[in-house]
Design a protein around this ligand. Structure first.
Ligand code: AMP
Ligand code: MG
Length: 418
């Protein structure tokens, strides 16, 4: 294991190139059937066509009386009380001239009736009903099939199952639906210095915050995290954990991916037969990122610093997993804001600056949310967005426009935006 050498450092890729390479390499997951109550947020794997009419019959849009419009022409008129039709009850006889049937919203219109008079325009003594306003044929009648007719296309395969579509499936009488599988994703932390949060003592070790941020981030996209704990900086131990991890659809590790003596991730993955697809990306935070395919399995070896871990997850892992789960829109929304604070950097790498967004006089402003060092998590905690400062730029002046990526928005788009 220790003898395996990893291909020497290549020139760093741009963010856009790295994203393209990664997204092209991730496989699509299979299809499964789920109950409707579990379907929200999943991606449809079948075309949905209506098999029934909705509504199934002409029905009343109001609480009131079903009448023959012609009988009400000389309103006010007095009609005999006919059948009583609560919602869900089918009429048992035809409405005859001179008669009104009490009807509730949603109840099927009786044969012979062609209009509804709302209860507010009537008065009754129980045996008779006075209609105060003339009705026209069709008044307050909802037509059978006006929502969908048999054969109508309701949703195409690939559609996101948002709540209204889930409701529509129920209305069509569906109780299960075919969807794209959720990704089971192994989360592995590496580092001798790491402990679980409940083992945090004043002994120089730190809590594995990455593990928990990543699990939370996976839940946000409907992936299924498989928690694999903390591996020490020992190649055999790391290899054993990766072997277990590779039973999942994808693997995310953090730490150990740089050039230190204890950075074993790349060697271990190559030793397990992995194909290194990229390693260095011209970005800050998060330059070293090992993207490795072990067979079909994508492995994301993310850098260990918590901000680097999260920013690289956002840029590369999140869209990849969404894509694997069949989503078309996989990118966080990007828009233009003006930088409220000046930001300086050397040209060479793109920077993701943690910012808070504020609207003032109809304009969006980005204010730096805390120190911009990759181990300072609080700036990310307080950020709404990442401002993207291009590799070529030497910074952004105060008041200058910059692209900002909202990192908490679920309104995703099909294009990355930068
Ligand atoms: P490494 O790339 O392994 O050298 O890690 C870089 C920095 O990130 C070190 O200061 C680590 O202590 C820190 N780090 C690595 N893994 C984690 C983790 N799971 N949670 C929090 N910090 C971490
Ligand atoms: Mg380490």
């Amino acid at each position: 294991m220790r003898e395996v050498t990893v291909e020497a450092e290549r020139t760093a890729l741009s963010v856009a190139e790295a994203r393209r390479i990664i997204l092209e390499a991730v496989p699509a997951l299979g299809v499964e059937t789920v109950g409707l109550a579990e379907a929200a947020g999943r991606v449809l794997a079948e075309e949905i066509r209506a098999g029934v009419r909705i509504p199934p019959a002409d029905n009343s849009a109001m609480d009131g009386y079903a009448v023959r419009a012609a009988d009400t022409a000389g309103a006010p008129v007095v009609l005999r009380m006919g059948e009583d039709l609560p919602a869900g009850k089918r009429s048992e006889r035809k409405l005859v001239p001179g008669e009104a049937a009490r009807i509730m919203t949603g109840a099927a219109i009786p044969e012979g009736a062609d209009a509804i008079v709302m209860v507010e325009d009537t008065e009754t003594d129980g045996a008779r009903v006075t209609i105060r306003r003339a009705a026209r044929p069709g008044d307050h009648v909802r037509r059978a099939g006006e929502d969908v007719r048999p054969g109508a296309l309701v949703a195409e395969a690939g559609a996101l199952l948002r709540p209204p579509l889930v409701g529509m499936l129920a209305a069509l009488g569906r109780s299960v639906v075919s969807v794209r599988a959720r990704a089971r994703v192994a989360v592995l932390a590496t580092g001798d210095e790491l402990v679980e949060p409940d083992r945090l003592r004043d002994d120089g070790r730190i809590a594995s915050s990455n593990s928990y941020a990543l699990v939370a981030a996976l839940r946000e996209i409907g992936a299924e995290p498989v928690y694999l704990g903390i591996a020490p900086d020992d190649p055999d131990e790391i290899a054993a954990r990766f072997r277990a991890a590779l039973r999942c659809d994808a693997v995310i590790s953090s730490g150990g991916v740089s050039v230190g003596d204890r950075d074993w991730i790349k060697q271990v993955l190559v030793g397990l037969g992995g194909k290194m697809r990229l390693w260095r990306i011209a970005m800050k935070p998060g330059a070293p990122l090992a993207f490795v395919s072990v067979g079909e399995r994508p492995v994301f070896g993310l850098p260990g610093n918590p901000v680097s871990t999260y920013v690289t997850f956002e840029q590369f892992v999140r869209p990849s997993l969404l894509r694997m789960m069949g989503h078309k829109n996989v990118f966080r929304p990007v828009e233009t804001a003006r930088m409220a604070d000046a930001y300086k950097k050397p040209p060479g790498r793109a920077h993701f600056v943690r910012v808070k967004l504020e609207r003032s006089n109809g304009e969006l402003w980005a204010r730096i949310s805390g120190p911009q060092v990759s181990n300072i998590l609080l700036g990310l905690v307080n950020a709404d967005a990442l401002a993207f400062v291009t590799a070529e730029a030497a910074g952004v002046a105060a008041g200058e426009p910059v692209q900002v990526q909202r990192i908490h928005s679920d309104e995703l788009s099909a294009e990355p935006g930068f």
